[in-house]
Design a protein around this ligand. Structure first.
Ligand SMILES: [Zn+2]
Length: 231
């Protein structure tokens, strides 16, 4: 097993946004199994969409470590990891990026709208204006993931968009967080709407409880993560 850094870009403030890929040794070298083989799934994990929700990064790093130790876990799958999508927001401890834009309102969806005010949910002047948004769209175009897991806080629910209801319920069996399809407020330009509803990719928005230490979050979610990478 090799986990490789396969793509990176620089944020506005010159922080690297990195994409790592893990693939089974069975797929390496001259016996590479083509990605269209039906038992190969491509699964993307994304952490720190919102800079003030840092929990996703250490959890993704723990999962990467787990997969590296035990490559059999991922079967013939390819697992993609973006530990930190929004490094500038993480540095400032803000929801938005360096431009004060909520990336989760910046995707080119049919329901995208310009925010009336520049608060912490600010959409940006136009959709896909941000490097982080463009980077993620490029990754979807290039790798065509079969499922996507994004890590947020603080609601302690398994939220989903697109054809992910079954997967959400499976995850809920492991971590005991309730499944909730609708988060209760409108989210124009969200990633879930873009990738899940409009591109028909199963998208899980795993909302972790806040004010919880990483070891506890890892214990609560480890089995669900291992289940997902072995889909
Ligand atoms: Zn969030």
């Amino acid at each position: 097993m090799v986990i490789e850094l396969v793509k990176k870009i620089l944020s506005q403030n010159n922080n690297e946004i990195q994409l790592f890929k893990a693939e089974s040794h069975l797929r390496r070298g001259s016996f590479k199994i083509p990605s269209y083989q039906k038992d190969t799934k491509i699964i993307l994990f994304i952490g720190v969409f919102h800079g003030d929700e840092p929990e996703g990064e250490p959890l993704i790093l723990k999962l990467m470590n787990e997969v590296d130790k035990d490559p059999e876990l991922i079967k013939n799958n390819q697992i993609l990891f973006i530990p930190v999508l929004n490094p500038d927001g993480k540095a400032f401890n803000t929801r938005g990026n360096a431009n004060g834009i909520d990336l989760n309102r910046n995707f080119p969806t049919k329901n995208w709208e310009l925010s009336a005010i520049k608060d912490e949910f600010y959409s940006g002047e136009s959709f896909a204006s941000e490097v982080e948004t463009k980077f993620l769209i490029e990754i979807l175009d290039e790798f065509r993931p079969d499922a996507i897991i994004t890590l947020h806080t603080p609601y302690r629910i398994v939220n989903f968009d697109g054809p992910a209801k079954e997967l959400a319920h499976e995850i809920s069996k492991f971590n005991d967080y309730p499944v909730q399809e609708n988060i209760g407020y409108s989210t124009p330009g969200s990633f879930g709407t873009y990738a899940g509803i409009e591109r028909n990719i199963p998208v899980i928005t795993l909302e972790l409880p806040d004010k919880t230490n990483i070891d506890t979050l890892w214990e609560e979610n480890k089995e669900a993560f291992i289940y997902i990478v072995s889909l």
